[in-house]
Design a binder for this molecule. Sequence first.
Ligand SMILES: *Cc1c(COP(=O)(O)O)cnc(C)c1O
Length: 449
Amino acid sequence: MLLKSIPKVDKFITNKAFEGLSKTLITKITKEVLENLRVNILKKDVKNFDEEGLISAVLDEYQNITSSSLKPLINATGIIVHTNLGRSLLNEDIFKNAIKIATSYNNLEYDLEKGKRGERYEHITKSLKKLLDCEDVLVVNNNASAVFLILNTFCKNKEVVVSRGELVEIGGSFRIPEVMSQSGAILKEIGTTNKTHLRDYKNAISENTSMLMKVHKSNYSIEGFSSEVSFEEISKLSKYENLIDYYDMGSGHIFDLPYNLSKNEPSIIELMKSNPSLLSFSGDKLLGSVQAGIIIGKKELIEKLKKNQLLRMLRVDKITFALLEESINLYLKNELDSIPTLQMLNTKIEVLETRAKDLKKRIESFLKCEVIKTSTMVGGGTTPNKKIPSFALTLEFKNFKANKIEEILRKNLIIARIENDKVLLDFRTIKEEDIEKIANILEKEFKNV
Ligand SMILES: *Cc1c(COP(=O)(O)O)cnc(C)c1O
């Protein structure tokens, strides 16, 4: 009986409630909703229904499917370069120029002086060369692409010498040995997990060696007895042996970092002093810009990279160029506070404490909270295991377990962290303008509950 009263799709979609909406999409959703209803009636999960309920189910799904799946959220984990949360943030100002580029025709591949076809890769080159004192630059889709392109161009069927301690896996899908074999390069492992010496590199060089490569360990570090060879030494040996030296430095910080993070983590500026053949790094880790892979180094080598057909598959869009160029200009003008990643890293601990106390004042009448000194990490495969100081606010409520509070926050798009069974809001990554928003959400969820 109930089955017979399921409305017919054709008639149902003419309901006034769907006026002005896409008929195609409403039809698709209606079919799904009615089919579900049929199945549930057969399973006896549904005993009755009304048309009103069906209409609002269709409208809810319409709303759900046409709203953006990517949502802005508040990162209260304290991890600055959080890969799951979109890595580095950009400042709104940076978009102003990019909007103009994206919404107008532009000279992406057009030489305005000659009135002829121009070079896509020229745009960013001038500013990056000035900033990094390098001979030439190439920007690709991400740093993984950079590694692949370099190995494929220079090391196909040739040996690349890498320390065993640097054969890392990054983010679950990027493993140096596998990337190497896919690119056609032959991996020549040297040293041991904890120790590699310069003589290991020397001894590994053969007729078929093309490159000495160093890889940043990114997401792990070795404690206790360990030693690795600096890129400077590898670079020197490469020059002596007439080989290419290449450092996949991962994160790519241009200048020294605070909290002694640069100890054993030389900046790009520092690395460039040894005049390397090639260096590559991500655009959206500590550099603080968009997803990109930036390759810098010798002009003749970059020229060869540009001739590789693969580059066409790895090339970046005008919007990336526009945004990256703006970021690089901020570095050139020394306006580092306009780069959110660096601004968060550089914010004084006293400022974080004040912000934590301000939020506490707003919520302590209904939520048990405490300002605590804590520590966090940069994240995103940068400075592994190195702590940076921070301040956090712990939140406790009635007999709620920490993961229940965490879930309530998460549903409101605040991502917190749990430490020692307590929910923490870490101020290292909370934007000042979000504090008010957090206070309002906490009030909505916990006041008068
Ligand atoms: C992060 C990282 C990569 C991958 O960079 P993406 O920009 O994420 O593609 C490669 N190598 C190292 C050492 C890294 O840390």
